[in-house]
Design a protein around this ligand. Structure first.
Ligand SMILES: [Cu+2]
Length: 110
């Protein structure tokens, strides 16, 4: 194996690791068709990782028109949703399968 190839691979792996480590991560739980927390404040102009954990036995869909995201999370499962970079403002989201109760808001601040 040529040493140059090994070196290129190593650089690539290190780069990926450092990028992941710097992404701010927030966790939202779904319990009894409600989001906890229902309001999150995240930094502007940054990519953010949301981990949505569904503690209910029924599926839910995380949906947001403003964030342009839609993801089904089966009962007892979790989903990872990347959002941003975003400009400051309020970005509502809801659970499409329980839209009357499951509502939340992501506030983006400088
Ligand atoms: Cu939907």
């Amino acid at each position: 194996m040529k040493p140059t190839i090994n070196y290129a691979l190593l650089v690539l792996l290190c780069f990926c690791g450092s990028v992941n480590a710097e992404v701010p991560t927030f966790t939202i739980e779904i319990r009894e068709h409600l989001f906890y927390p229902s309001q999150l404040v995240i930094p502007a102009n940054a990519k953010v990782k949301l981990i949505v954990i569904n503690r209910d036995s029924t599926p839910e869909e995380f949906e947001s028109y403003e964030l342009n995201r839609e993801k089904i999370i089966m009962g007892g499962a979790k989903a990872i949703i990347f959002i941003g970079p975003l400009i400051p403002g309020d970005y509502p989201f809801f659970g499409e399968f329980n839209p009357k109760t499951a509502q939340g808001m992501i506030r983006v601040e400088n």
